[in-house]
Design a protein around this ligand. Sequence first.
Ligand code: FDP
Length: 431
Amino acid sequence: MDDKTLRFSSLDHMKDVQVYFIQVWISIKPTISLQRRVSRNNHCKRYLPYKMIAVQPQPKKTPVAEYLQTSQDTPTSLTRYLLEVAKQNKDMGDMVALINGIQFACKKIASLVGKAGVTDLMGIYQQGIVNVHGEEQKKLDVLSNEVLKNALKYSGKMAVIASEEEDVPIMVEESYSGNYVVVFDPLDGSSNLDAGLPTGTIFGVFQQQFSCLIHDYEESIDNMELACLQNTLQPGRRLIAAGYCIYSSSTMLVLSLGNGLHCFTLDTEVGEFVLTRANIQIPQRGNIYSFNESNFYQWDKGVQDYIERLKKGNNQTNCRYSARYVGSMVADVHRTILYGGIFGYPADKKNVSGKLRLVYECAPMAYLVEQAGGKATTGIENILDLTPKDIHERKPLILGSPADIEEFLQVYGMSRVDREDMHMWDNLSSL
Ligand code: FDP
């Protein structure tokens, strides 16, 4: 090999090396910029440990059905979405009629809430009169309950209805009856109403388990009919649909029929809900916690430890979290689903079983959060596995991004083990 050949071949080699480095740079660049983005999003100066920012393999994109695409020019209305669902699933026709009833009720409640200040609908319904929870009902609590009850009843698909505002479940008379059981809180967060803050409607739908045929002319109910009321005490795992409607700067109906979570925003100019977010996925981890911290000294040690870690940045992310708490569950859960993080109303010394109601608050929200890839727990059990004993039963609720809930369970679980150990030592030493 002469000198010339040698020079040429080493030049060729240099070219190969250059191409190799360019290829490596192209393949690692997205990872580096993603790392920068993650750390900026967390408002945290320090870099997260590598484990936390490992690039997730991107799921293969499956083609999105045309009616699930959000488009300004040809928006998909909720009505069209429901028709498409009914077209593709022949057994969903009744469900579609039911959800149509709910969407009408939400529009009506949104209009009542929006005008409350100028139509004298703010304030207490009847001074001194309290509901089954010992709380004074607002005028709008009572009105929203009537609106939703009627919309459901006249859908012709209902067997039993259970509401936060009713002492006992309501059986629907034969002439309007169907196979579905709906549980709902017509106006959650209503203590925020007079200040014009966000409120919402929460609902969950079950299939009836025990048949209910209530004759229109019957005044009293027998044992069989009482058994039919048991339909409302099904575990959240059996929900076949759920949703919430948030009344805020805009009105949004966030819905799942068991096929992912979709958000429809009310276009007030045309009076229709239109699809604005399809297949919502909660972030794997967030940087916001949403708890009523005034209860801090009433909480279990495990909850206190966990919140302290978030505030000090002494947690798995090494970053301090931000606090956000509206005090209106629908608003706090909606933000948690979109931005990630953790929302909770744990048990405390005053609310020994928690404050939120299992049947029409915790279970439907847990179902929706799971549909978005999140988790919901009492701290010990998955919310959806709990079988209610009473329609107004309360439970502790912690929900949110999967990585945040996992960390909560670890910290909370450690403190429970410590307490059990202490309890065992106390018992041993008293022997
Ligand atoms: P509200 O009493 O205003 O109806 O379940 C009811 C609820 O609000 C939730 O919406 C909210 O998350 C929670 O209570 C707020 O409770 P605290 O005021 O105790 O924080």
